[in-house]
Each structure stands twice: as structure tokens, then as C-alpha cells.
Design a protein around this ligand. Structure first.
Ligand code: AMP
Length: 413
């Protein structure tokens, strides 16, 4: 990447302010899933191993600028301490005199976790005074929070204005490397699978990938906006009325015989449909058309087969978003089958990337998480990256150092 990276920084004895994504689920005062903490360990160990004084900061949940114990990072400090096998100090806040004292008392190799940055309104508002107070904790800054780089907040962007050297951590670098592979040099056939409820963010991905993909498979709630645009009846299924026209444009681009834009747009052929207002009544809807009073809640068996055929032949796969309301076991089969198909494609040598909390939950539930080439820690960030959007948290980092020109070879006299 064209930004300064962790290995470029002098860490010994330095206060290293590091933004991580510790936005983890908490249940009964404990971390329920430590994936994001584990993902930050390489950067954490590098800083402490080199004798840096590590000050970690993160948000957790949406406390909306107010202190709320429910969103405290305390349980994360406990879990991180277990993973590191050494104590992690927990600060009572992320700014203020008490925190400054804790930072000043750090010894080389120590780890201090600041309390939730979103306990202050200045975080999401990217308030400059708040950002400056955060920045005072560090001599150098590291961003390893891929899941938050699409947000221009004080801890991801504001701080960088007040610290000279701002570098990408290992996780951030790895995410960028893997996603760039799918943007710049995807091996073909390249299959993109999109699902879930929201259409808007995924339309941008489609627009950016039309010249690169071989097939785009659309399932889940968003597919009904595309089906409607294609002229099909979608009954009472989820619909984004405002985006039907845009979805229609995307379908037209796929039909356009321009040689560089030739790709298959694959929509559901059949569905699992449930009675609107009473999801305990459901059936296979063999036709693409859904009658009034019924909602499409999962892709049907013929759709699963047609998607699997594409995934089977793929050399590269990007997947974001479930194929149905998979939280309900009755409507989870489409998503699970796709998870298994993506895992099998990886076994056959395809490069596969899965992003988004729901798709990750699906590969975990199907027991195939370890078989995926890269599981992105940022759902929203990975979609924006794939849409070709400049992510503010990355753009704010210092430019990469110019490599010194190779020394001139001594010419024998
Ligand atoms: P997103 O955040 O856009 O990826 O959407 C994820 C959500 O989409 C999940 O909570 C799913 O339950 C929901 N979803 C998937 N398929 C459907 C569908 N056919 N109808 C309504 N919601 C759906």
C-alpha cells in the first residue's frame, strides 16, 4: 500500500497510540466472540515485543456520546490480558488527567486500553479538540481497525492531524492486500455473491466491478428489488422502491454486449416464501413470481443449484450478505449451502473472501470458517473498499516513505 506501515516506525520506548476494532459482542460481562481481538494480536505483539508503550483505543457499540456501562471495554481488557498472558491496564476514560497519568506511567512493553471512544460525542463528530486530546497520548499512531476505516471519526481520522507518523497495522495491511487482489488482479472466473437486505451499498459494488467480474449472483432481500426491475412480481417481499430503476440499469449493463463488460447477472429462479405476517407458514415457491400476501425469505432449491454451478467453477469469490432471513433456521438453507459451496471452491484452489457479520456467522455455523482464504473483519468497510471508495481512515495515514534509490555500484577504476 502507498501508506506508512507499522514496520516503518521506530517503536522502542515510544508511546504508540493504536486504533483497534474491539467492537465485540459482550454477554454477561464477558467477550462472547474474540475474533476481532485475536485479529489485532500480531500488531499488539509487534509493538510490545519491540518495547513500545502501547495505548489501545476502540469504540464498542453505539453509546451515542454518553457513558454507558453496557458498552464498557473492561471485558475486552480482561480477554486481551488472557490472550497475551500478561496484564492489560484499563483506563477509566479515553481522555482527561487520570488517563494522561496512566499513559505517563507506562513502561516499555506495557499495554493500556482506553475506555470506549464513543462515550464522547466528539468521536463520531470528528471534533478536533477531542481528537487532539486523544492524539496527545501518542508519539506515533497506528491504525489497525479495518472495520472502522470507512468512518471519518476522531480516533480514525482526526488524530492523524496531530501526530506526525501515522501508519497501517498488520491487520489493516492484510485486509487491503486481500481485497486489492479482488479489485486489481482477480483470477477468472470471478464470482461475486451479494445478499442481505440493503441494496444501496451493494449497488455501488456492482457498478465498480462490472468490468472485472464473470458473474454476479444476487440473493437475499435485495434480490427482490432486482427481480421487480426485471419485471417479475415479488408479492410482499422486501423492496427498495427508490432503487428499482438503478437495479434495472445494472441489469441492462449486464446485457450490454460491450466486450469488457460481459458478465452474467444471476437472479433467483425460485424461492422459499413465507406468509406475510405469519412466517410459521412457508413453502417452496417454484416460480420466480411470488403471489401477493407472500414474502421471499430464502433462495429456492433451483437457485441454490444455479449459484453452486457458478461457484464451483470460480477461481475468485467475494461474498457479502445472507441469501435469506437466515436467523430463522427454516430460512437458513440457502445461506448455509452457499457457505459450503464457497468453502469447497477454496479447497479446489479458488481465492475466496467473505465479509459482513451475517455471512461470517453463516460460515461459522456451517463450520467452514477456517476453509475460507480471507474472512474480512469489516463488513461495511470491505463493501466500500470493493466499491472503489477511498476509505478516510486509510487516506489519512502518512504517505509511504519513498524507497531510497539503489546505491550506485562502485565503478572499478
Ligand atoms: P445486510 O445488512 O444488508 O447484509 O442485511 C442483512 C439482513 O438481511 C439479515 O438480518 C437478514 O435477515 C436480512 N435478509 C436476508 N434476506 C432477506 C429477505 N429475503 N427478506 C428480508 N430480510 C432478509
Amino acid at each position: 500500500m502507498d501508506r506508512l506501515v507499522l514496520d516503518d516506525l521506530e517503536l522502542k520506548g515510544k508511546r504508540v497510540l493504536t486504533r483497534v476494532d474491539f467492537n465485540t459482542p459482550i454477554a454477561d460481562g464477558k467477550v462472547a466472540d474474540d475474533t476481532r481481538i485475536q485479529a489485532a494480536l500480531p500488531t499488539i505483539k509487534k509493538v510490545t515485543g519491540e518495547g513500545g508503550r502501547l495505548i489501545l483505543m476502540s469504540h464498542l457499540g453505539r453509546p451515542k456520546g454518553e457513558v454507558n456501562e453496557k458498552f464498557s471495554l473492561q471485558p475486552v481488557a480482561a480477554r486481551l490480558g488472557e490472550l497475551l498472558g500478561s496484564g492489560v491496564k484499563m483506563a477509566p476514560d479515553c481522555i482527561g488527567e487520570n488517563v494522561e497519568k496512566l499513559v505517563a506511567d507506562l513502561a516499555d512493553g506495557d499495554v493500556l486500553l482506553l475506555e470506549n471512544t464513543r462515550f464522547h460525542k466528539g468521536e463520531t463528530a470528528n471534533d478536533d479538540e477531542f481528537a487532539q486530546q486523544l492524539a496527545e497520548h501518542g508519539e506515533v499512531y497506528v491504525d489497525d481497525a479495518f472495520g472502522a476505516v470507512h468512518r471519518a471519526h476522531a480516533s480514525t481520522v482526526g488524530v492523524t492531524k496531530h501526530i506526525k507518523e501515522c501508519a497501517a497495522g498488520y491487520l489493516l495491511q492484510e485486509e487491503v492486500r486481500n481485497l486489492t487482489r479482488l479489485l486489481e488482479e482477480p483470477e477468472k472466473p470471478y464470482v461475486v455473491i451479494l445478499g442481505g437486505a440493503k441494496v444501496s451499498d451493494k449497488l455501488k459494488v456492482i457498478r465498480n466491478l462490472v468490468t472485472k467480474v464473470s458473474s454476479i449472483l444476487i440473493g437475499g432481500g435485495m434480490s427482490y428489488t432486482f427481480l421487480k426491475a426485471s419485471g417479475a412480481k415479488v408479492g410482499d417481499s422486501l423492496l427498495d422502491d427508490e432503487r428499482v430503476a438503478m437495479a434495472g440499469n445494472a441489469l441492462l449493463v449486464a446485457k450490454n454486449p460491450h466486450p469488457h463488460k460481459r458478465f452474467d447477472f444471476v437472479l433467483p429462479l425460485d424461492h422459499i416464501a413465507a406468509k406475510a405476517g405469519d412466517h410459521s407458514q412457508f413453502r417452496v415457491n417454484e416460480s420466480v413470481e411470488i403471489p401477493a400476501g407472500w414474502q421471499g425469505v430464502d433462495i429456492g432449491p433451483r437457485t441454490v443449484a444455479s449459484f453452486m454451478e457458478k461457484i464451483h467453477d470460480a477461481s475468485s469469490v467475494f461474498w457479502n450478505g445472507p441469501m435469506g432471513i437466515f436467523e430463522n433456521d427454516n430460512f437458513a438453507k440457502g445461506t448455509t449451502d452457499i457457505a459450503l459451496a464457497v468453502a469447497r471452491a477454496t479447497e479446489r484452489g479458488a481465492f475466496t473472501v467473505v465479509g459482513g457479520g451475517d455471512s461470517i456467522a453463516a460460515i461459522e455455523k456451517a463450520g467452514v470458517k477456517e476453509q475460507i482464504s480471507h474472512v474480512s473483519t469489516g463488513g461495511g468497510a470491505s463493501l466500500e473498499f470493493m466499491a472503489g471508495i477511498d476509505l478516510p481512515g486509510i487516506a489519512a495515514l502518512s504517505k509511504a516513505k519513498k524507497k531510497a534509490p539503489p546505491a550506485k555500484e562502485a565503478v572499478a577504476e
